[in-house]
Design a protein around this ligand. Structure first.
Ligand code: SF4
Length: 144
């Protein structure tokens, strides 16, 4: 639950806000780019959603925020918005919308991540890559 007393100063006035627990994962900016903007190390509300459809989109971002850093002081029916998930990206691809802070941390690798560092941090990725290479036959020693 976002804390209105911890609003980041970049928020424009209004009932939607981002608080200081934001981990700058980009989720809200992807879901509601007209509402959420990017400042150094945080998102913030750059434009308060007014129309019903815009508020609903902002509430989807609120629900998808992995750290509960988005608050809404309005009387919107947040529970009804849970029924919007999973969101259709493009059939048959869906966005489940419920993000884990751990998954987000894994997405926040330094870019560009050195290949060696990636393999060290995520051995399952390394193993999957090796299996894929084996499957295609690439890098197999050639027999003469
Ligand atoms: S979804 Fe939450 S944690 Fe991620 S950038 Fe937006 S406010 Fe920050």
């Amino acid at each position: 639950m976002a804390n209105p007393r911890k609003r980041v100063p970049e928020n424009v006035p209004g009932d939607f806000f981002v608080d200081s627990t934001c981990i700058d994962c980009d989720t809200c900016r992807q879901i509601a780019p007209a509402v959420f903007g990017e400042a150094p190390g945080t998102s913030f509300v750059k434009a308060q959603p007014v129309a019903g459809a815009d508020r609903r989109t902002a509430l989807r971002a609120l629900l998808a925020c992995p750290t509960g850093s988005i608050g809404c002081l309005g009387d919107d029916d947040v529970k009804a918005v849970t029924e919007d998930f999973p969101l259709v990206v493009e059939e048959p691809v869906f966005y489940c919308g419920y993000n884990s802070p751990e998954v987000i941390r894994r997405q926040q690798l330094p870019r560009p991540a050195p290949r060696r560092q990636l393999a060290d941090r995520f051995p399952e990725v390394r193993d999957a890559a090796r299996a894929a290479v084996r499957g295609t036959g690439r890098h197999r020693p050639t027999s003469s």
